[in-house]
Design a protein around this ligand. Structure first.
Ligand code: AMP
Ligand code: MG
Length: 477
């Protein structure tokens, strides 16, 4: 059988402290639950034959290129040794256009890094990862992708028995901030250098021969993270566990466990049941991005200068760019959301005031911008307040010099999704999947894959029944 998978494993050229070759833990009765035909085709795979190769997607077939990765990380601020406790890389697939992507199974069984965990994953959380990563991709936000979900046919124990499942995910690499932290904590400077060179080769190969490549590499990661997090903020996405092991060097998002899109706008919104102190609350995400990048910069210090002082100066030069880059991306994006093409003085005050009104009136984040886009001003919760009317007047005045209304509306449609993965739809899809019905998941995916289309059924637009606070999602399952 040919699936056109073209596996290599350049990662194994690193010191063997970076991986474990592991073994497979076959499951008896795997069945295909979800498959991403479009993604398969886009990376040069024959979807039909891959779907039939259930043993590969279930982790029943060892590839010569398989391994699990070692990494460490700050989890909620505490440094720990981690690693792929339930993930197995099948290999690096080289697409027909020469792009190298990692193909990884999640939930495929224990590894050297399982730390007592069972190495397995439950169906519900894998469905969530599939839905959220597809939604992200369609929104134009860098993310790892989900290729397939397989049900293992085995029960796993969580809070009660759950269906076991394995997710196949595709990423431009699985190198994390935590991979560098691992190299620094447990390896030598040579190991850190080898890892940095490897990362540059995978993601910033134009820098390979540059004398200041490590500084510029840090700068690139800073740029990618500033943009990623600004993008998350602009769609109201709360990741939930922005630990350093969950931050890719590539700037793609990953590990959509206890995450959710915010409905009612409030900067302090937290979704994760384990985030009791609100470390990863919506408004904190940009700061956490900066904190995580500082942890990356620390690992690179020996490569950044002859003396510690020089190295710290170089690191700071790149780290301080983050705030400016983030603000530029975020405030420009916000201006776009209200129809302003070229941001100028006073515009940030206008968007700030809108957010204040939204918070005070408990407005839905996505639907506020949707209503503005559609010109449905009366439906805005703050439309009848004096300060709300003043804002609407100021906004209209600001847009009046921007050309015909219909062009502005068209522009706004490109910057404001009509639909996002609403928590109640995601939950319903997961519940149906747990009963063996993947119809609701497929239907939801179809909607989410076309998020800027304003002609979709209204049931996907509603924020859902008034929620009981806090909406919580759970990770580690
Ligand atoms: P996550 O919260 O998914 O980013 O996972 C954090 C760490 O816990 C990673 O090192 C995972 O590999 C590990 N982990 C999570 N669930 C399991 C499990 N069921 N078995 C073994 N390791 C796990
Ligand atoms: Mg993780």
């Amino acid at each position: 059988m040919t699936t056109d998978l073209n596996f290599e494993a350049t990662y194994l050229e690193l010191h063997d402290m970076f991986y474990d070759r592991g073994s497979i833990y076959p499951v008896d009765n795997p069945t295909l639950a979800l498959f991403n035909d479009t993604l398969a085709t886009s990376i040069g795979l024959d979807a039909t034959s891959l779907k039939r190769d259930i043993d590969l997607l279930a982790g029943n077939r060892q590839t010569e290129t398989s391994f699990s990765q070692a990494y460490a990380g700050h989890q909620f601020g505490h440094f720990t040794m981690l690693g792929d406790g339930r993930a197995l890389m099948l290999g690096e697939h080289v697409t027909p256009d020469g792009t190298r992507v990692d193909v990884q199974l999640k939930g495929s069984g224990p590894t050297a890094y399982s730390r007592g965990g069972d190495g397995r994953a439950a169906l519900g959380p894998m469905i969530r990862e599939f839905i959220i990563s597809e939604a992200m991709h369609a929104l134009g936000i860098p993310t790892n992708r989900a290729l397939a979900v397989v049900q293992t046919g085995e029960a796993i124990m969580r809070q009660g028995p759950k269906h076991g499942a394995i997710l196949t995910r595709i990423a431009s690499s699985h190198l994390r901030v935590g991979t560098f932290q691992y190299a620094t904590a447990f390896g030598s400077i040579d190991d850190v250098t080898a890892l940095a060179d490897y990362a540059i080769g995978r993601h910033d190969s134009d820098l390979t021969d540059a004398p200041d490549r490590y500084e510029r590499f840090l700068g690139r990661v800073v740029e990618r993270q500033a943009k990623l997090i600004a993008n998350w903020q602009l769609v109201g996405f709360i990741h939930g566990v922005m630990n350093t092991d969950n931050m890719f060097i590539s700037g793609e998002g990953l590990d959509y466990g206890p995450c959710a899109f915010m409905d009612t706008y409030h900067p302090e919104t937290v979704f994760s049941s384990i985030d009791r102190e609100g470390r990863y609350a919506y408004a904190n995400q940009p700061y956490i991005g900066s904190w995580n990048l500082a942890r990356l910069a620390e690992t690179l210090l020996p490569l950044l200068g002859e003396t510690k002082e020089d190295a710290v100066d170089v690191a700071n030069r790149q780290l301080t760019r983050y705030t400016e880059l983030y603000k530029e991306a975020y405030f420009t994006g916000l201006a776009h959301k209200i129809g302003i093409d070229v941001r100028k003085d006073g515009d940030d005050a206008l968007t700030d005031e809108l957010l204040r009104l939204m918070m005070e009136t408990e407005s839905d984040y996505t639907n506020t911008f949707r209503s503005l886009t559609l010109g449905e001003i009366e439906s805005l919760p703050f439309a009848k307040r004096d300060d709300g009317k003043a804002w609407i007047d100021a906004w209209r005045k600001r847009l009046s010099d921007q050309g015909p209304d219909k062009d502005v509306r068209q522009f706004m449609r490109q910057h404001n999704p009509a639909v996002i993965p609403r928590n109640h739809h995601v939950e319903k899809a997961i519940q149906a999947a747990e009963r063996g019905d993947f119809g609701p998941t497929e239907a939801l995916l179809m909607i989410l894959r076309d998020p800027y289309n304003y002609d979709k059924p209204s049931e996907y637009v509603s924020a859902g029944p008034p929620r009981t606070y806090p909406y919580q999602t759970f990770c580690g399952t």
